[in-house]
Write a protein that binds this ligand. Structure first.
Ligand code: MF3
Ligand code: CO
Ligand code: CO
Length: 270
């Protein structure tokens, strides 16, 4: 049986070894490939349940395992969060209509390694307002990734994201965060998408974690619906999210969940 190697920092963050990057690369590539392939199945009239059914099938076809099926009672291979749903939208009978924007979030396990990524899609025509939200959210994630290098802190990442989103008059969701991952789904630290420069744990080579900012057009507050999963904006404003799994290298970071077809950036669909 394969177990964790490497050491833990005083904050409980695992420092992975050079060989562990290969495992994350494979898992991340599968999750990203699935998100590439699902793009053509997002259109008005489609149900979120059918999208999830395809993803479930593709994870199985790849000989991989869905990290979310059975996770705390969750029963699907993806989370699909439409319009004012911030995250953890449950796939089902909901029919997509023209102009809907949605985040699809997939986490797979390959050889024990977790690959976790999400991005935004549009059903049909994209409004200018939605386009701007999606663009700002994507770029906010990339600002966070630019700050992800040895010697910087987790606060530097959060600050970069917050500064960018708020400079564009949008708000950062505080109620959900990114997370360490590797041979586990959710590990320390909590990766906040807001913060002050120089605060929080110092980034070290070998740390693996996600950055997954949720940005709202309106206010940042959220609430969880009676299904105990679906998180929505309290003011019903539109919300967007992008997520990458990354590993800190000697001089920056490696993105494990890069899109093989270069379809991660929203302009691919615009
Ligand atoms: N993939 C999500 C994340 O980014 C977690 C989903 S857990 C689920 O951390 F149970 F809702 F699927
Ligand atoms: Co995640
Ligand atoms: Co995710």
């Amino acid at each position: 049986m394969q177990t964790n190697t490497g050491r833990l920092t005083k904050d409980g963050i695992r420092i992975h070894e050079a060989t562990d990057f290969a495992g994350m690369r494979t898992a991340g590539a599968l999750a990203a490939q699935i998100l590439d392939d699902i793009a053509e199945h997002v259109f008005p009239g489609q149900t979120t349940g059918e999208i999830d059914r395809l993803i479930t099938q593709w994870v199985q076809d790849a000989g991989a395992t869905s990290a979310t099926i059975g996770y705390r009672g969750y029963q699907h291979a993806s989370c699909i969060s439409v319009n004012h749903v911030v995250c953890h939208g449950i796939p089902g009978d909901k029919i997509l209509k023209d102009g809907d924007i949605l985040n699809i979030d997939v986490t797979v396990i390959v050889d024990g390694w977790f690959g976790d990524t999400s991005r935004m899609y549009v059903a049909g025509t994209l409004s200018r307002k939605s386009e701007r939200l999606i663009e700002v959210t994507h770029d906010a994630l990339m600002k966070g990734i630019e700050a992800a290098k040895p010697g910087n802190t987790f606060g530097d990442i959060g600050h970069a994201i917050q500064l960018y989103a708020e400079s564009n008059r949008m708000s950062v969701v505080r109620d959900f965060c990114g997370h360490g991952l590797g041979r586990v789904f959710h590990a320390p630290p909590n990766v906040l998408h807001y913060g002050r420069p120089g605060t929080g744990p110092i980034l070290e080579e070998g740390m693996f974690f996600t950055i997954e900012p949720m940005i709202n057009i309106g206010r940042p507050e959220t609430k969880v619906l009676a299904d105990d999963w679906t998180a929505v904006t309290r003011d019903k404003s539109l919300s967007a999210q992008f997520e990458h799994s990354i590993g800190i290298t000697a001089d920056g970071c490696e993105i494990f969940t890069l899109s093989p077809g270069n379809k991660f950036h929203p302009t691919y669909q615009i």
